[in-house]
Design a protein around this ligand. Structure first.
Ligand SMILES: O=C[C@H](O)COP(=O)(O)O
Length: 262
C-alpha cells in the first residue's frame, strides 16, 4: 500500500442490524478500537448501516465524538421526486454521511443495476457531496470467459467516464465469486486486478487521481487474511461484509497494522 493513501477499512452491514443493534455495535466498536490504541490517523474506519440506522449512528458518533465515518449502502440517481422507496443523496448528506456505496454486485444482480445506472448514481453521490465507494467485480463466468481484469475494468470505465480529474472516489474490487463464499481471492489475484484498475483510473482521470484514489478489496475478508491483502501495493483497504458484523473480528481487521507488523 502506498504511503500517501490513508487506508480505509469499511464494514458493509448489508441488511443486518436494526437501529438499536447499530447503537450497541458502534459503541462496542469504538471502545474496542480505543482499547487497542488503534491509530485513527493511520487507518480510516467506516461503517455502512441500513438506511434506518443512519440517524442513530450519526447521533452517537457526533455525541461521543467517535473517530468513525459512515455512509449509505446505496443512493438514488435522482435527487427528489416521485421515486417510491428511493433515498436521495441529499438526505444522506443531511445525515452527515461521508460515503455511499454504489454499484455493489448485490444491487447489480438483484436490482438489475446497469453500468449506466451505476454511473448516474456516482454522479448523484458527487452532486450531493458524498464520496462514492464504487464497487466493481467479475462473476465466476466472467472470470472464465474474459479473464480476471476485463469486466471490473470495463465497469470502472463506464462508471467514471466524464468525471473531473479531481473527483474524490473510492473503488472497491469485489469478485462476485468471493463474496460471502469463505473463499477470498488470493492477495496476488486481487493485486493483479487492482493494478489494472489503477491503470484504468490513470487513463481516464490522470496520474494524480490514479495515485490518490484508494482501491479496496472485498470478498470473504477476515482478520486472518487481511494482512496479505494490505501488503499489496495497489490495495488500500477492505470492504468487509460478513466479518464486519462481529465487533471483535472487524476491530481486528481495522488493526491490520499489527498483523502486518507495522
Ligand atoms: O460489501 C462487502 C462484500 O460484499 C463482501 O462481503 P463478505 O465479506 O461477506 O464476503
Amino acid at each position: 500500500m502506498a504511503v500517501n493513501r490513508t487506508p480505509l477499512i469499511a464494514g458493509n452491514w448489508k441488511m443486518n442490524l436494526d437501529h438499536l443493534q447499530s447503537i450497541a455495535f458502534v459503541q462496542k466498536l469504538a471502545w474496542s478500537l480505543k482499547d487497542a490504541r488503534h491509530d485513527f490517523d493511520q487507518v480510516e474506519v467506516a461503517v455502512f448501516p441500513p438506511f434506518t440506522d443512519l440517524r442513530s449512528v450519526q447521533t452517537l458518533i457526533a455525541a461521543d465524538k467517535l473517530p468513525l465515518e459512515f455512509g449509505g449502502q446505496d443512493v438514488s440517481q435522482h435527487d427528489s421526486g416521485a421515486y417510491t422507496g428511493e433515498i436521495s443523496g441529499a438526505f444522506l448528506r443531511a445525515l452527515e454521511c461521508k460515503y455511499v456505496i454504489v454499484g455493489h454486485s448485490e444491487r447489480r444482480q438483484y436490482h438489475a443495476e446497469t453500468d449506466e445506472v451505476v454511473a448516474a448514481k456516482v454522479s448523484a453521490a458527487r452532486r450531493n457531496g458524498l464520496v462514492p465507494v464504487l464497487c466493481v467485480g467479475e462473476t465466476a463466468d466472467d472470470l472464465e470467459q474474459h479473464g480476471p481484469s476485463a469486466v471490473p475494468v470495463a465497469q470502472l470505465q463506464a462508471a467514471i467516464a466524464g468525471l473531473p480529474k479531481t473527483a474524490d472516489l473510492v473503488v472497491a474490487y469485489e469478485p462476485v465469486w468471493a463474496i460471502g463464499s469463505g473463499t477470498p481471492a488470493t492477495p496476488e489475484q486481487a493485486q493483479t486486478v487492482c493494478k489494472a484498475l489503477r491503470t484504468a483510473l490513470e487513463e481516464a482521470l490522470g496520474q494524480d487521481a490514479a495515485a490518490s484514489t484508494r482501491i479496496l478489496y472485498g470478498g470473504s475478508v477476515k482478520a486472518a487474511n487481511i494482512a496479505g491483502f494490505m501488503r499489496q501495493p495497489d490495495i488500500d483497504g477492505a470492504l468487509v461484509g460478513g466479518a464486519s458484523l462481529d465487533v471483535a473480528e472487524f476491530a481486528s481487521i481495522a488493526r491490520y497494522r499489527q498483523h502486518v507488523g507495522l
